[in-house]
Design a protein around this ligand. Structure first.
Ligand SMILES: Cc1ncc(COP(=O)(O)O)c(C=O)c1O
Length: 456
């Protein structure tokens, strides 16, 4: 078309310049097209590999080698059955072993009522929402579960609940959303990694108190006061999971109130089974209504899948819904997981009304503790289904775990840096799914191996 116009009549200088510009533009775009076409992968082009920068490769290889040398490199045993009190593990020759290292405190991970509700919700509500909650990811079941959890904690205080993909996410999102650089977080020194990471994401001033030490907490709160911090939030695990120790929440509440602070508790290792009706460490100490915010998981006692939540004052929960980044920018909890958690909360309610779950769990824990103590083992913790067998030496802990597995009892040795140096241990976790015979068999095996290794 440009050529035809050019041959029709002589062009004015302006039209000539315009024509040149148009020609140049056309040429440029055809060059772009050609170079775009040239960079498309073709069947004949050789496959490029993404090689690692040598500095990174060297550093990571050395770090992993260091872990192997120190005995801290993690290998994963492969389970070939659903999670339960008796499972099959590939490395144990695929014969059944008794599982004493899961957070399956109520045995709900493979419970028919939980699986049936998960399956019902999967079929009725679909596999997932393909969305975060605030775009198009909230179904009636998500609101129902949030209400169910709110009811679970009772109605003496105004309360609302917000679901997350995990308790890790709930911990990552809470501090940054609610606190500013004018505020303070006073954190227990043994808090879970997810609380530590959540605190790191927040601009509030940081104070740390010695594990479970209420006098030190008092001092740190005073320091935060003296520093002019406006809002002071105390953050603690409800249960310290390496030790099986319940945080002294009644005393903590007294100190928190004395300083006009807020209390946040992560009850991941308590919800569903600690306290007379399984409401957690707040119920254990009779202080549910004195705790401002609770985060917990749906991935341990409550069916073992995944998911977490924050429950607390509706104003704070509303702020989280609007600003908490792991909530805003991560996908909605899948319907099957919501169904499983709803069924788990129902079962906990039934257990609280005299069902056998809590009774079986606590009688298992009492039996294990008393027989092991009688046999001469040193045990840590109190009033919890986590019962660490203290061994000191890391090699003894891993050797003992191996020998236990050979006898058909699956337990794990924990050593530095997960626990302090020279405080290696085997962390035993009891479940309502264990039968009395299974608990007795585990104790008998500990006694045999303990004698063989001269521990008792
Ligand atoms: C105290 C505590 N908080 C949070 C979490 C994280 O829970 P989730 O698996 O739901 O992310 C854990 C899990 O190990 C935990 O022990």
């Amino acid at each position: 078309m440009l050529a035809a116009t050019a041959s029709a009549a002589p062009l004015s200088p302006i039209r000539l310049r315009l024509r040149q510009q148009l020609l140049q533009q056309a040429l440029r775009s055809s060059v772009h097209c050609r170079s775009f076409i040239a960079t498309q992968p073709s069947a004949s082009s050789s496959a490029a590999t993404a090689s690692l920068p040598s500095a990174l490769e060297e550093r990571v290889s050395q770090a992993l080698e260091g872990m192997r040398h120190a005995g801290t490199f993690k290998t994963e045993r492969i389970i070939t059955t659903p999670q339960n009190s008796s499972i099959k593990v590939q490395s144990a020759g695929d014969k059944p072993v008794l599982n004493f290292c899961a957070n399956n405190y109520l045995g709900l991970a493979d419970r028919p009522e939980v699986i049936d509700r998960a399956s019902e919700f999967l079929h009725k509500w679909g596999n997932g929402l393909s969305s975060v909650r605030f775009i198009c990811g909230t179904q009636a079941i998500h609101k129902d579960l949030e209400n169910q959890i709110t009811q679970f904690y009772g109605s003496s205080n105004p309360r609302d609940t917000i679901l997350y993909a995990s308790c890790f996410d709930a911990n990552a999102g809470i501090f940054e959303s609610l606190l500013t650089d004018q505020d303070a977080i006073i954190s227990d020194s043994l808090n879970h990694a997810s609380i530590i990471d959540g605190v790191r994401l927040c601009k509030a001033k940081r104070f740390r108190y010695a594990n479970g030490d209420v006098a030190d907490l008092d001092c740190q709160l005073q320091l935060a006061n003296d520093a002019g911090c406006r809002v002071k939030m105390v953050a603690t695990d409800g249960v310290f999971s390496m030790d099986g120790v319940i945080a002294p929440l009644r005393d903590i509440c007294d100190v928190v109130e004395k300083h006009d602070a807020l209390l946040f508790v992560d009850d991941a290792h308590a919800t569903g089974f600690v306290g007379d009706t399984g409401r957690g460490t707040g119920e254990y100490w009779g202080v549910i209504d004195r705790i401002h915010l609770v985060n917990s998981t749906l991935g341990k006692a409550l069916g073992g899948a995944s998911g977490g939540y924050t429950t607390g004052h509706p104003l704070l929960v509303s702020m989280l819904r609007n600003t908490s980044r792991p909530y805003l920018f991560s996908n909605t909890l899948p319907p099957s997981v919501v169904g499983a958690a709803a069924a788990a909360f129902d079962l906990v309610d039934n257990a609280a009304k005299g069902g056998p779950l809590l009774e079986q769990l606590w009688s298992n824990a009492a039996l294990f503790r008393s027989r092991m103590h009688e046999a001469g083992f040193v045990l840590a913790g109190k009033d919890h289904a986590i019962i660490p067998v203290m061994l000191g030496d890391a090699r003894i802990a891993s050797l003992m775990a191996e020998k236990m597995l050979a006898r058909g009892v699956y337990v794990i040795g924990f050593s530095y840096p997960v626990v302090p140096k020279d405080k290696a241990r085997i962390r035993v976790q009891l479940s309502a799914a264990h039968s009395t015979d299974q608990v007795n068999y585990a104790v008998d095996s500990f006694i045999e191996v303990g004698r063989e290794l001269n521990i008792i």
